[in-house]
Design a protein. Sequence first.
Length: 394
Amino acid sequence: MSLIVTVSQINRRLALLLKGDKDIQGISVKGEISNLKYHYQSGHIYFTLRDSFASIKAVMFKSYAQKMEFRLEDGMNVVVSGAVQFFERDGLCQLYAYDIKQEEGIGEGALSFEQLKNKLKEEGLFNQKRPLPEMPKSVCVVTSETGAAIKDILNVFSRRYPFIKVKLISVLVQGAEAPQSVADGINKAQDSGCDLIIFGRGGGSAEDLSAFNTEIVARAVYASKIPTISAVGHEIDYSISDFAADMRAPTPSAAAEIAVPDINEVLNAAEIKKNHIKDMASAKIAGCELQIRSLFSHIELYHPKNKIEANEKNLNKTFSLIKRDFGNLISTKELCLNNTVELVNAFNPFKTLERGYSIIFKDNSTVTSVKALKSGDKIRIKLSDGELNAAVED
């Protein structure tokens, strides 16, 4: 029967084995720095030391870090002096650095990254930036079906835009076969009928994200007929696929936030727009009503009926004035006539006869004095009711 031990026991044994290997307790290791992190609270420095084929975790504690004369950067070529030990709690083999010396040039990984980036940039793979759909009906997610990325994306979708249709194309996101798998997934998404593609993975070390720094993935992203969002999950550094995509998101959750609008904001905007349209329509209707009333007033003002009535009124007024003036004229003439009649009557000799007087004629001439007569003259006496013939005596 084989020996049964606890995890603590096996990790302790591995730690002792490494500690007993004097060759690696004072060793200098050459490599490229990646995943660099300065822990400001503790003062320790954490990083990965890598070459083209392998990597090892490394830490430099505060007491040694304080003696550093330069600041470390990702991609830097260095020689790290220290000891390789086994961290029992996490079952992790790592390099404990005592001193770090900088080598000339940049590391192979950083150099390879820059060379590929410049090559694709010169070909124009980073120039094509299409606008994303404002309200996509469906989104295709190219990532691992077991990773955190798809869970984060679905959580954001359910909160912000629950109507969205999601199609998952599961791919490998880590390992030697990951680049081809991701590229094939993006190519497959072209026939999905979706409006948008999100590709990527959750966080990880620079080595974990290496599939998205490959030429095959970048070319698949560039060739996509559907707008793309790169969600590789490294907030600080950019990957090659970030440059090739139409939009770069620092995390899968952020990609989901970019991909769809907030339904509450959409509804609020729709309500505001509806009220704006309603106000505009009300203002337009009110303006039209005012214009119609103005036209009716204008029509009423210039209607032939009104003109006829006005002319009739003016005619009646003129007729009244003529009637009044003519009446006044008649009255004046009548008064004058009456006065003339009275005056004529006053001087009418026949009116005198009616008062008992008479007129004496001799030879058809009026006799106004006795001296005009002599005895024996024939005279004619006119009275009010007739005439008499007579002769003059003494």
